[in-house]
Design a protein around this ligand. Structure first.
Ligand code: UD1
Length: 367
């Protein structure tokens, strides 16, 4: 038996680990465990995803919660070390680029445990992003680096990582999307909200670089308010953004009930509800990483409110447009999309629903 600890911590981890755990369950020789660090803890940021994705309850919950980067990372390391001492895994599998990803990687490696990183090799080249630091540390330490795209392989090789550790397997988040798309398409939220497919935009916003300074956040909200005079924008709000909007007294940009036009605030949504909204949206506006990939797969135009992306394939092949956070730039691209003149995209190689199968097959051979 080979014991593998799979780590989740924050919202974008759940849909990546779900298909891998499911695939591991098919191999009697594997003993997969799920550890949830508790980096995200609100029911709407965590529990609802386990329900929507049909994921098993975590075997171990560390209950770390929020804090500064150092506090959060350190607390995860202290608690995760105890788990590794007790469970003695043959491998620790981490996904993405959140603090839990890096903290568990460092802990495992220092205990002589091998690490697999799923979604390796993505680079924004922006060292002000905490996630970029997490990606670099995780990749340099990992023994198995599973990539979503050939550009990521090139990044890793350029950083001196040996080719025999790198495996181009595709995108596990797209595995989950493909599995749940049909179910999500049958939900009735749009009907309940009186919205028709293609008649609204969806917004997510949570990066510190966009929401932690009043002038930046205000300029973004001004641009969005202008777009929303043409098409209503649905805004499931992240707890960090909610707090900042209230601290900066910018609430007047938002509406608490569904307007014909305007920015409509909702609580964070579960995986299926959010996918339902995406599938039917005219466009998505976001500063998320994963949404750039999901919209590329779905062929929905995506306006990314960032100056750089660790996922350039979504701009080169997909429907993603990188616009930064200046009002004129956001409006220009949104206008092109609303007029129907924005370019269409195609789906990157191996984003085909089989990434998890490839990953587990490789692990079965190598560990
Ligand atoms: C984290 C990840 C980011 C990811 C994002 C998705 C890092 C460095 N950042 O950022 O890469 O895109 O998750 O959401 O790992 N909070 C709650 N309830 C929760 C979780 C957080 O209220 O369940 C609040 C707390 O006030 C907290 C703040 O949100 O201080 C930020 O949470 P945190 O986990 O530190 O970072 P995110 O911005 O969510």
């Amino acid at each position: 038996m080979k014991r593998i600890i799979n780590v989740v911590g924050a919202r974008p981890n759940f849909m990546k680990v779900a298909p891998i755990m499911e695939e591991m369950g098919k191999y009697p020789m594997l003993d997969p465990l799920l550890v949830h660090t508790g980096q995200h803890y609100d029911a709407l940021m965590s529990k609802v995803f386990f329900e929507d994705l049909g994921m098993p309850k975590p075997d171990i919950f560390l209950g770390i919660g929020s804090g500064s980067h150092a506090e959060q990372t350190a607390r995860i390391m202290v608690e995760f070390e105890k788990v590794c001492l007790e469970k003695k895994p043959d491998l620790v599998l981490v996904v993405g680029d959140v603090n839990s990803t890096m903290a568990c990687t460092i802990t495992a490696k220092k205990m002589g445990i091998r690490v697999a990183h799923v979604e390796a090799g993505l680079r924004s080249r922006d060292m002000e992003m905490p996630e970029e630091i997490n990606r670099l540390c995780t990749d340099v330490l990992s023994d198995f680096l599973f990539t979503t795209d050939i550009l990521a392989d090139k990044n890793l090789v350029a950083e001196g990582i040996s080719k025999d550790k790198i495996f181009f397997v595709g995108n596990v988040m797209i595995d989950t999307l493909i599995k749940h798309k049909e179910r999500a398409s049958h939900l009735t939220i749009l009907q309940e909200w009186g919205l028709a497919a293609g008649d609204y935009a969806v917004l997510t916003l949570h990066r510190p670089s966009n929401v932690d300074q009043k002038e930046v956040l205000e300029e973004i909200l001004e641009a969005l308010a202008q777009i929303s005079t043409e098409i209503p924008i649905i805004f499931p709000i992240h707890p960090r953004t909610s707090k900042m909007i209230s601290d900066f007294q910018l609430d007047h940009f938002l509406s608490k009930c569904l307007p014909v036009r305007g920015i409509w605030l909702t609580d964070p949504l579960g995986y299926l509800e959010f996918l339902h909204l995406n599938i039917n949206a005219r466009m998505v506006l976001t500063d998320s990483g994963g949404l750039q990939e999901e919209t590329t797969y779905l062929g929905i135009p995506c306006v990314t409110l960032r100056h750089n992306t660790e996922r350039p394939v979504t701009c080169e092949l997909g429907t993603n447009f990188l616009v930064g956070n200046k009002k004129a730039d956001i409006l220009k691209v949104a206008e092109q999309i609303l007029c129907g003149t924005a370019r269409a995209g195609c789906i990157p190689e191996k984003w085909d629903g089989q990434a998890s199968e490839r990953i587990v097959r490789i692990l079965m051979e190598k560990i």
